[in-house]
Write a protein that binds this ligand. Structure first.
Ligand SMILES: Nc1nc2c(c(=O)[nH]1)N[C@H]1C(S)=C(S)[C@@H](COP(=O)(O)O)O[C@H]1N2
Ligand SMILES: [Mo]
Length: 531
């Protein structure tokens, strides 16, 4: 086994050197061209939807560091194996490492929105790793030293290396027979040290360059003063909990690293089936008359009672007038938004033009959009799930048709149309709470964006449904907070159930459905104990 340590280490070091080189070049070319990011993105895209759902549900936003970590562990294992392979089959090992580089390059080129130059970091990673391995491998295995004249029978490595034997506590026989002699060992250690140093330098430099880019974007964001809206809409609500603070707002996206976009280098193209394609800078958008609206956003992946819903006050440019100015051509029924993380999101043209406050949002709860929520500009379409109406980090809007193009999640089986389903949630008491007998406040939220909520009802065990009190809302586009005072007098275990009625009079369905393919349904039920 010990004979394998150095070969495995040379494989690891060669791969680390190659990857660090790639990260350095990627930080100069384009962060998305990093082999780790490209392979990670490919794994995410190839992961079957149920597994993805499981990962999001189990690990939340930590699913991404976990993925990168897993890829690194797999790469490390492969690299060590290739290093060992190099002992006997040097050429095969070098070809294997080169092939890994090609896999990275293929992944980078297959990413949505890829450019030819994106292959460069991975190709370099392969070439540099192969070169390093070719250099390290011969030093990791040295032919047994010639028999020492001093010891007749045994190769007696021990006698020629008096310093190591006592240290390692290993009898200086057989074991070290095939190991490099002192010169070989020293030259391996020196070479390995050099590669490690080079790797650390390249990796460190890549991190610094990346951080500098992110800092420039953050500074540009900090320097933004959002203009006052020309149309502020209804005044802000005062009820605690109505707005979700930015740092608590749920986050769902496919981005492995949050895109850090410098608004001065950003522009939005409106292209495709339009008479007058336009390109707008961030400043162009700031100069437009802005609207400010309260809009609730939720994810199609949210389970009944789940956390992927939030409500914010958004500042932005109304999308309908922009589209009309560009001249939407007859037949165009889908807006395909493209974004910095490579996603495509398809929104119905008819929905955006039907008078609702679909917007290009620049501000969230009085701040420029946080990077996590789409800085510098995202789309919002009240009444649609995020995956069909709320593209973050947008770079272009292409007027197109549903019959000619399936957006990212639609390619993966999710519904092309994603109107939100009526839903309600109990936020207190919590499931399995122990409650003192008396009046218990039962409260939560209910939403049916753009239709509105007309009633929320609560049921205890199998007793009749009770009307909850609804708190005021500015429009039909937000969730509604509801409260019901439960006279909880009977000790024991009880079941609480909630359902909403939308403003068309339709009662939220009791029928349980999974989020896939167009949103979960069913009544939330929880058990509590009165003592
Ligand atoms: N660029 C980009 N935009 C995106 C996504 C994404 O993966 N990439 N995810 C969508 C989904 S599925 C949802 S639910 C919302 C979530 O927005 P939030 O993270 O700001 O809450 O963003 C939408 N916009
Ligand atoms: Mo979503």
């Amino acid at each position: 086994m010990r004979r394998l340590i150095r070969p495995a280490l040379s494989g690891l070091l060669a791969a680390a050197g190659g990857i660090a080189t790639a990260e350095l070049v990627a930080s100069l070319v384009r962060p998305e061209s990093s082999p780790l990011v490209a392979i990670g993105g490919t794994v995410i895209d190839a992961t079957p939807t149920p597994v993805k759902e499981f990962a999001v549900a189990t690990f939340g936003t930590n699913d991404k560091p976990l993925l990168i970590g897993t890829i690194l562990v797999v790469l490390a294992a492969l690299a060590a194996a290739v290093g060992v392979l190099a002992v006997r089959h040097r050429t095969a090992a070098l070809l294997a490492i080169g092939a890994l580089g090609l896999v990275g390059a293929a992944a980078a080129l297959a990413r949505p929105g890829a450019r030819p130059l994106d292959a460069l970091p991975s190709l370099l990673a392969g070439a540099v790793s192969a070169g390093l391995l070719a250099w390290l491998a011969p030093k990791a295995v040295t032919a047994p030293p010639p028999p020492s004249p001093a010891s007749g029978t045994s190769p007696a490595a021990g006698t020629s290396e008096p310093a190591t034997a006592p240290e390692s506590g290993t009898p200086p026989v057989h074991e070290t027979a095939a190991a490099p002699g002192p010169t070989g060992r020293r030259s391996f250690l020196v070479a390995a040290g050099l590669v490690a140093l080079g790797t650390a330098l390249a990796g460190g430099l890549a991190a610094i360059i990346r951080r500098t880019g992110a800092q420039a974007a953050d500074e540009a964001r900090d320097a933004i003063t959002l203009p006052a809206p020309a149309d502020a809409g209804p005044p802000p609500e005062q009820t605690p909990g109505f707005y979700t603070p930015n740092q608590d707002f749920y986050r769902v996206d496919i981005a492995l690293t949050v895109p850090r976009i410098d608004p001065r280098q950003w522009s939005l193209q409106i292209t495709g089936m339009v008479d007058r394609p336009v390109e707008l800078s961030f400043d162009d958008l700031l100069k437009q008359p802005l609207i400010e609206r309260d809009i609730t956003l939720n994810c199609v992946s949210n389970e009944v009672g789940g956390p992927y819903v939030g409500n914010a006050r958004w500042l932005g440019v109304a999308l309908a007038p922009l589209l009309r100015a560009a001249g939407v051509q007859a037949g165009a029924d889908q807006i395909v938004a493209r974004a910095a993380d490579g996603i495509t999101i398809g929104t119905p043209v008819a929905t955006v033009l039907d008078g609702r406050d679909a917007m290009l949002a620049l501000g969230m709860n009085g701040q420029p959009l946080p990077p996590e929520h789409g800085f510098p500009v995202r789309m919002l379409t009240p009444g649609l799930y995020g995956y069909v109406g709320a593209a973050k980090w947008i770079t272009s809007l292409e007027l197109s048709t549903f019959s000619s193009f399936d957006a990212y999640w639609v390619q993966r089986g999710w519904a092309a149309m994603g109107p939100v389903k009526t839903a309600s949630r109990i936020d207190r008491p919590k499931a399995f709470a122990q409650l003192a007998a008396g009046t218990v406040t039962v409260a939560g939220v209910a939403w049916a964006q753009h239709r509105g909520i007309s009633a929320v009802e609560v049921q205890v065990d199998d007793t009749p449904w009770q009307q909850a009190r609804l708190l005021p809302v500015p429009s039909t586009d937000t969730w509604v907070q509801w409260v019901w005072d439960w006279p909880a007098t009977t000790a024991g275990s009880h079941t609480l159930r909630v359902r909403a009625v939308d403003a068309t009079g339709a009662v939220q369905t009791e029928q349980r459905a999974d989020p896939f393919p167009d949103g979960a349904t069913g009544w939330q039920t929880l058990a509590v104990t009165v003592t």
